[in-house]
Design a protein around this ligand. Structure first.
Ligand code: ZN
Length: 246
């Protein structure tokens, strides 16, 4: 089984299409989506359409999905995120709003190897940034590999018998082998709004028979996504940050 892993698409259709084209060329069987399909970007309806056509094997909701469909208030959001959430709530079709509202909460066990969540396996809205967060998450994860998103930073944490380690993901294309007896937390990075200083879209593929996770970066039409954001009247900073990946 090869799982395509997408997270934090954030209504960026150009980034999503680029990842899908890249993944198609590499080959995969099923799709896992870790939430935050909308919020920030200019194409929430088109992204929901495209993701639902992928017929994801398992999908969980993100914090932006909850706010964008009216399930939760934007209280915890900063001004820019809140204004994008209101814009999204306004422009979503009824059908798409209901589709978002029906997305399940993570974590969800996919099979014997993999589980997925948006933020963390103990709280869908919690962030995993450092080894302290990872240690807590690994205590509650129930599968050897827990895939997460939410931070928009690619990250790999490995809990082996000799302790917890943060594995570097700086390479152009990194394959993370999954050792027997270790537990892993892996964030492939954000499809539609990377924040690690690399503006390219990020996604992952889990290959169960090879027992590894591959992390990829893909160039996409950033300027097109930027133009749409500005034209939609969304905060301009959301367009600017796509260029720098911050
Ligand atoms: Zn997000």
């Amino acid at each position: 089984m090869r799982y395509l892993v997408l997270t934090d698409i954030h209504a960026n259709l150009e980034a999503l299409e680029a990842c899908l084209a890249d993944a198609r060329a590499r080959g995969y069987d099923r799709t896992l989506v870790l939430g935050d399909l909308v919020g920030y970007g200019a194409d929430p309806n088109a992204v929901i359409e495209r993701v639902s056509r992928l017929n994801p094997h398992v999908i969980v909701r993100g914090n932006h999905d909850k706010v964008a469909c009216g399930l939760e208030a934007a209280d915890g959001f900063n001004t820019v995120a809140r204004s994008a959430a209101h814009w999204t709530l306004d422009i979503l079709t009824d059908e798409h709003r209901q589709w978002l509202a029906a997305l399940p909460r993570g974590p969800i066990q996919v099979d014997d190897l993999v589980e997925i969540c948006h933020g963390s396996p103990f709280d869908e809205d919690a962030y995993i940034f450092d080894e302290l967060d990872a240690a807590r998450a690994l205590k509650t994860s129930t599968r050897p590999l827990c895939l997460f998103g939410h931070t928009h930073y690619p990250a790999v944490f490995e809990l082996a018998h000799d302790g917890l380690e943060s594995v570097s993901t700086d390479a152009e294309e990194s394959a993370v082998p999954l050792a027997d007896g270790s537990k892993y937390l892996v964030n492939p990075g954000s499809v539609g709004q990377p924040r690690d200083g690399d503006p390219r879209a990020a996604y992952g593929i889990v290959d169960e028979s090879a027992r590894w996770v591959e992390l990829f970066r893909v160039k996409y039409a950033v300027n097109e996504a930027r133009t749409k954001i500005v034209r939609a009247g969304l905060p301009e900073v959301l367009a600017q940050r796509l260029t720098v990946g911050r």
